[in-house]
Design a protein around this ligand. Structure first.
Ligand code: GLU
Length: 403
């Protein structure tokens, strides 16, 4: 057993229960995304806590040992870089980018050492918003991450702060971890932070605040509970955690906010122990991911459809035929993602176009049977096949719009 010195929070034997061969049922989760915030890694101080990092890695290693495919989203680069550089005072973006450049390599070195102790290889993955918004890069990132998991490597993800200026930033690692959860079809996103969970008010300011054990739906009331509370060194606060929970639950993952100061917290939460705040998934994973891939991407064009087509799409899940298209915007290729806009200007769906923009213009308003005559070729009678079409409306909105 490894010992790490004096950190009182270090889980003494995080592996115990999970390594127990007599464990009756397999672990309930297959691919958890575990987000470790800056204040968790620094144990609330301004220096990285080596003992804390070791304790967290020990827990992730234990999950890995059960056959799970854990993926870590780790903050801390800026804090570690700041520490390495002797706490420079600059607060501007370029100063932070410099700190991140210094800190990220040190951080990875420490992860590498700590995982190495368990014979586990880890990999650095730095992402920006662009990497998740652009189709080809999204798919590359997804393939790489899934490939790493299959090879039993633990990906350690952070935002690529060095190149991510404001306009291309995801912004905070809560959100990044939700995007990653969607990217890899995670079944649970664990937001490990330095508070016990979501309270009905800021517990630092209000003694009546109570911990909320479970949230089925993130209503305005729930959002009001989060207020604008922030944690110390990191970027996020409860509001960014809720935004992340909203995203990840919409893609079919359960989300848990848990307190990284608690012993063995990762393993316990994943075993289903009631702790922290649990957000229930709102959809099944495949449908959620499909919808999100299409809705979150930059669309190359827009197809404006008439009321009949909108109705067919929404009420019957029909393919989009050329007859219902009244206008085509943008220049897209076959295979690009496009938005479908109803007669009132509302975005109703997104999908993959089977024809390039100019050819859709040529066949818009015509019967499917005319496609071959007009274009001299045909990829089938639909401009977007129903299998590649996803509604962007909620079920309620869909029912409303279909009438
Ligand atoms: N990417 C930042 C870092 O590594 C953290 C951002 C966040 O805490 O949300 O320091």
């Amino acid at each position: 057993m490894r010992t790490h010195g004096q950190d009182d929070l270090h889980g003494l034997n995080a592996c115990g229960a999970l390594y127990n061969p007599a464990m009756a049922s397999p672990p309930p989760f297959r691919r958890p995304v575990i987000k470790l915030g800056t204040s968790t890694l620094t144990a609330g101080g301004d220096h990285l806590s080596l003992a804390r990092l070791a304790a967290l890695v020990e827990q992730v290693a234990a999950l890995h040992g059960t056959g799970m495919q854990p993926i870590v989203v780790s903050s801390g680069a800026i804090a570690v870089g700041r520490q390495q550089l002797g706490f420079p005072t600059d607060k501007d973006v370029s100063g932070k980018q410099i700190m991140a450049a210094v800190g990220q390599s040190r951080l990875m070195h420490l992860y590498d050492q700590n995982f190495g102790f368990y014979g586990i290889i880890c990999a650095q993955v730095l992402l920006t918003r662009e990497d998740l918004a652009e189709r080809q890069r999204y798919l590359n990132a997804r393939n790489t991450l899934l490939g790493l998991c299959e090879r039993r490597v633990v990906p350690i993800i952070n935002e690529n702060d060095v190149v991510a200026a404001d306009e291309i930033k995801v912004g905070d690692n809560d959100r990044l971890s939700a995007l990653v959860a969607n990217l890899v079809d995670a079944d649970i996103l664990l937001l490990v932070t330095d508070i016990p969970g979501l309270y009905t008010a800021d517990p630092a300011l209000n003694t009546d605040a109570v911990l909320v054990p479970e949230v089925a739906s993130i209503t305005p009331e729930v959002e009001a509970w989060a207020g604008g509370s922030r944690t110390g060194l990191g970027t996020g606060g409860m509001a960014t955690k809720l935004a992340a929970a909203r995203l990840a639950t919409a893609s079919g993952a359960e989300v848990r906010i848990v307190d990284g100061r608690e012993r063995d917290v990762i393993a316990r939460a994943l075993r289903g122990e009631a702790m922290g705040t649990r957000f229930l998934p709102r959809t099944d994973r495949v449908e959620g991911r499909k919808r999100w891939i299409l809705s979150g991407l930059r669309h190359a064009g827009r197809l404006i459809v008439d009321a009949g087509a909108a109705h067919a799409l929404l009420s019957r899940g029909a393919s989009l035929l050329p007859a219902g298209i009244v206008a085509v915007e943008g220049s897209f290729q076959r295979g690009d993602s496009v938005e479908v806009v109803g007669p009132g200007g509302e975005k109703i769906a997104a999908g993959i176009a089977d024809y390039p923009a100019d050819d859709v213009r040529a066949v818009a308003g015509r019967q499917s049977s005319e496609i071959e005559t007009v274009l001299g070729y045909s990829y089938g009678g639909a401009v977007i096949h129903r299998d590649n079409l996803v509604s962007l409306l909620s079920e309620g909105e869909r029912a409303h719009a279909a009438h």
